[in-house]
Design a protein around this ligand. Sequence first.
Ligand SMILES: [Fe+2]
Ligand SMILES: [Fe+2]
Length: 206
Amino acid sequence: MLELSELNSTFRFLPPMDFDGCTPWLTLMGFWNTEEVRHAEGVARWSVKIATELGWSALQCEELRQAALLHDIGKMALPQSIVFKPGQLTTEETRMLQQHTLFGMQVLGCVQNPVFAMAAQVAMTHHERFDGAGYPLGVSGKNIPLAGRIVAVADVFDALTRTRVYKEAWSAKDAIEFIQKESGKQFDPEVVQAFLKATVSEYPLA
Ligand SMILES: [Fe+2]
Ligand SMILES: [Fe+2]
């Protein structure tokens, strides 16, 4: 039996922040749907590339990586028959699906540390649009937190270039063109510029 004093001395050497706090959540998501975890990993990878182009520090990029991994965690509160419906969603189903932003914010907001504070913010804002026509709040421009504006671009790029039950995968070239076309409408132009710089190394001919 461990004495309380021994426990205290053990925990004294633990790091002050749990940098891998997202892992159990993502593992659970993997049991729910493995393809969603691959999407989360793709979004995290592109979010970090964009943030790096924008001059974020290594610590900020690590927080964003974990936040981006959890951006769609709120989908797990919805029936899979809606989230992975192959056909067109009804108006009511669309309304329900949009709630994943709020569910994500609610659940991630329960954890009090910088990574989860950013994760809650990203879950809440990654479907907002720069022109204010997004959801759930319809906020616009720089009123959307920068982390949300970055993940918005990474999310769409990964989703377009991935095969889903309801669509074929787009080519990287077509997806990049789409994001360029939506600069100033769906996406923050500064974030789009950073994204375009980040794509050069990976898709030099796109
Ligand atoms: Fe989402
Ligand atoms: Fe997503």
